[in-house]
Design a protein. Structure first.
Length: 200
């Protein structure tokens, strides 16, 4: 099992400047994203009742929906805030507790990258792993997160190569430790464009 609690939590009180990837999502888009997530959660609650609450909160439905929810430019301002709104609305349909600030946090995890590359090299998958420049944990709240592979691929790269990398990573990935849950694997191009997503 991967010890993600250790690798994903930063040491408090550090005076080392944060990299841009580790800062909270900028701006005040979290309020707009939360409202959009709340509206989607209300719709899900109305259509599915209490069963929708289990599906969307416990089984990660809101987190997975956040990758394709519309309008995308609103959701991506703070996907964690969107997930929070969705989960709150689908859980009760009435109790709003909007965030006081950005929810989404991005933290690079060089140790995770090193372990993945080491495993890939020992299991005949060295070449795909070399395309990964950074592994980033996208925290969408206290418990939920996605794993992003920032790669050297472009939007013109062969889909089979991107799929091969995702397959290798998913094969290596063996779950979570502690109270946190990783839901999605996101593979991005070197310009940040999302190339593929997979369930974890």
């Amino acid at each position: 099992m991967l010890s993600l609690i250790t690798v994903s939590c930063g040491g408090g009180g550090s005076t080392t400047p944060e990299s841009p990837a580790s800062r909270p999502t900028a701006g005040h888009g979290y309020a707009t994203a939360y409202d959009a997530g709340w509206r989607e959660g209300e719709r899900l609650f109305k259509d599915g009742g209490k069963g929708a609450g289990v599906r969307e909160v416990v089984w990660g439905g809101c987190v997975r929906r956040s990758l394709t929810a519309q309008p995308q430019n609103v959701v991506e301002k703070d996907r964690g805030a969107w997930v929070l709104g969705c989960k709150q609305a689908v859980g009760t349909g009435t109790e709003r507790h909007p965030p006081a600030g950005p929810v989404t946090r991005r933290t690079p995890d060089p140790d995770l990258l090193a372990r993945f590359r080491s495993w890939a090299g020992a299991n005949g998958a060295k070449q795909p792993a070399l395309h990964v420049g950074q592994v980033v944990l996208i925290h969408l709240g206290d418990r939920d997160y996605d794993v992003e592979l920032a790669t050297t691929y472009t939007d013109k790269s062969a889909k089979s190569a991107v799929k091969r990398l995702a397959d290798v990573f998913v094969t290596w990935w063996d779950g979570d430790d502690g109270d946190t849950t990783a839901w999605n694997l996101i593979v991005t191009a070197k310009d940040g464009t999302r190339l593929s997503t997979r369930n974890l």
